[in-house]
Design a protein around this ligand. Structure first.
Ligand SMILES: NC(=O)c1ccc[n+]([C@@H]2O[C@H](COP(=O)([O-])OP(=O)(O)OC[C@H]3O[C@@H](n4cnc5c(N)ncnc54)[C@H](OP(=O)(O)O)[C@@H]3O)[C@@H](O)[C@H]2O)c1
Length: 345
């Protein structure tokens, strides 16, 4: 019988309570996020904050945002903001997430959630203590392709998972934030987090972490990571690099079939399914090409709006304990490469 893909069960993007978002920082991802929310959802970008008043004003004007603040502290204190999005570099994530949580504001924190598992535990503990919603902006989890993949797995189309493959590599400038340890630079925290989170989504926390790689300019620059799960040889083979563009693909190999994610696997892409025959033709389907690349950042924001409406304290697709476990895997990999962040010394 011909294979057919299930359709995504994610409701339309305009069918969620419209939250008033406040954005902390005015960099590249903050801009992409604001545009994505405007173009594809009913979510409201109500305010932006910067460390610099002029930058806040300029960003607000550029993106048609009604309010701007000259400090992050001022924005999180604003009574007409429902939820805060942290879009600063990794090194600031824990501090700014805590700032929002202590102000009682639900918070969406850019990936990686924090720079270390210890920081992640601090933020999660504060969120639970204050009964405030917190979520990592691991946007891939909330895309329609991930929903389709979860359905295929639940229906047994792949059988038991034997191997997960994923890589994320880009050639990135030496003068950028990824080569600055003081901003949490390095391949693993910025790019490697995607393949590690992908493996976690389908296999959970690994029992063993083995890394082969190298440092450059004081940060981890490239590595392969083998994760072991202690059962029947199940493993994940992952890689990341800031020294070269790599295929940026992912695959889940099961005992009944193979599911492949086109490049880049972490953004809206094409899924291909094939059965176990070596010469089997794959069945392919693009999933949501209407919101290309970062225009799809809005899916995670709309999911968060639904979760708050449902009275949840964290994402059911990416629970906070899993976020901590992922940061632990990143810690392990980083430390095996001999890379310690300035605040870990
Ligand atoms: N989901 C994705 O696909 C994706 C893609 C790219 C980046 N990201 C994530 O988004 C975060 C920001 O990345 P980006 O590429 O947007 O960075 P960026 O362009 O360098 O912008 C970062 C912004 O953060 C603010 N900031 C606060 N403290 C800072 C500090 N100590 N040094 C520098 N800037 C500081 C600055 O804005 P103000 O001073 O005006 O407040 C700055 O414009 C990272 O954690 C990254 O992992 C996610």
């Amino acid at each position: 019988m011909a294979f057919t893909f299930p359709t995504s069960t994610i409701p339309p993007l305009d069918q969620a309570p419209a939250l008033r978002w406040g954005i902390l920082a005015t960099g590249w991802i903050a801009s992409q996020f604001a545009e994505s929310l405007h173009r594809h959802s009913g979510q409201i970008v109500a305010a932006v904050a910067s460390r610099d008043a002029d930058r806040a004003e300029q960003f607000a004007r550029q993106h048609g945002i009604p309010a701007y603040y000259p400090s992050y502290e001022a924005l999180v204190a604003a009574s007409d903001i429902d939820v805060v999005y942290v879009a600063a570099p990794h090194s600031e994530h824990a501090r700014l997430a805590l700032l929002a949580i202590e102000a009682g504001k639900p918070v969406l924190v850019e990936k990686p959630f924090t720079t270390t598992a210890d920081e992640a535990r601090l933020v999660v503990e504060a969120a639970r203590r204050n009964q405030v919603f917190a979520m990592e902006a691991m946007w891939t989890r909330y895309l329609p392709q991930s929903d389709v993949a979860r359905q295929l797995l639940a229906a047994g189309a792949l059988g038991g998972i034997q191997l997960v493959l994923a890589d994320h590599g880009q050639l990135l400038p030496r003068d950028g934030r990824l080569f600055k340890p003081e901003l949490g630079g390095g391949a693993l925290l910025d790019l490697g987090i995607y393949p590690i989170s992908f493996a976690s989504a389908f296999l959970g926390a690994p029992r063993t972490v083995q890394v082969l790689g190298s440092m450059s300019d004081g940060v981890d620059a490239q590595c392969t990571i083998t994760l072991g799960y202690g059962q029947a040889g199940v493993q994940a083979e992952l890689s990341t690099s800031v020294l070269a563009k790599t295929p940026n693909r992912a695959a889940i190999a099961g005992t009944h079939g193979l599911l492949e994610f086109g490049s880049p696997f972490f953004a809206p892409t094409t899924l291909s399914y094939s059965d176990i025959g070596l010469e089997s033709e794959p069945t392919s389907r693009p999933v949501d090409r209407d919101t290309p690349m970062h225009e799809a950042l809005c899916y995670q924001a709309v999911a968060l709006a639904r979760y708050l409406d449902e009275g949840r304290s964290e994402s059911p697709l990416h629970p906070l304990d899993e976020v901590i476990a992922i940061m632990q895997t990143v810690d392990d990999a980083r430390h095996q490469l001999g890379y310690r962040l300035p605040w870990e010394q």
